[in-house]
Design a binder for this molecule. Structure first.
Ligand SMILES: CC(C)(COP(=O)(O)OP(=O)(O)OC[C@H]1O[C@@H](n2cnc3c(N)ncnc32)[C@H](O)[C@@H]1OP(=O)(O)O)[C@@H](O)C(=O)NCCC(=O)NCCS
Length: 176
């Protein structure tokens, strides 16, 4: 079976409290983590990723069931951080998601940032990242990282605009 290698960047940022918490203008509002929201995070994740490059890199992101499984796994991680896990809501429903986990280091890890296609280019992705970073800072973490597929230039640009810098290049092997 053919194997495809996807180039990925690890990007990191220092947290010194200098990033202002994000503003979220009407008609959007923040929805903090609650156990009843697992399926909503999963559904938004699915709508964000199903047509994107990362659904090739991580096939579970291209399937509703896969997103549900992934979301439950993230929730069960010992380092799961409610303060860095957010939905953005609009009058039309939920439109963005981010989850945060504390990894060994300790360091904050941003997971599966997504904004549904109809709401992109309005600053919501950047607001979600900064909200997750604010949660890491409040939890006492002073550094954060994420991994992003190199050809996902919108995401790479977004992370650079927040202050993340590339620390490592990785290759993810995918079967088939
Ligand atoms: C990546 C993603 C979250 C961006 O969300 P968004 O709400 O559209 O992003 P924002 O409007 O906050 O944009 C913030 C910055 O990111 C960059 N950016 C966003 N979209 C871009 C695009 N299509 N091309 C180039 N730069 C882009 C810009 O620097 C932008 O700042 P600017 O508007 O001042 O130029 C969204 O495209 C998405 O959900 N993609 C699919 C899921 C995914 O790949 N997630 C990332 C996994 S690592």
């Amino acid at each position: 079976m053919a194997i495809t290698y996807y180039k990925r960047f690890r990007m990191e940022i220092d947290l010194d409290g200098s990033l202002p918490p994000p503003d979220l203008a009407a008609p959007f509002w923040w929805v903090a983590w609650d156990e009843s929201l697992v399926e909503h995070h999963a559904e938004v994740k699915f709508r964000c990723f199903r047509d994107e490059i990362d659904s090739h890199v991580f096939p579970c992101l291209g399937e509703r069931n896969g997103c549900q499984r992934l979301m439950r796994e993230i929730r069960r991680k010992p380092g799961f951080l409610a303060v860095s896990t957010w939905l953005i809501a609009s009058p039309d429903g939920y439109c963005g998601t981010v989850q945060g986990v504390m990894d060994r280091g300790p360091i904050g890890a941003i997971q599966n940032l997504g904004v549904v296609p109809e709401f992109r280019g309005m600053g919501l992705g950047q607001a979600l990242v900064r909200q997750a970073l604010e949660g890491f800072y409040q939890a006492g973490l002073r550094r954060a990282y994420l991994e992003v597929t190199a050809e996902n230039s919108a995401a790479v640009q977004l992370y650079r605009s927040v202050g993340f810098r590339r620390s490592k290049t990785l290759y993810k092997a995918v079967d088939g």
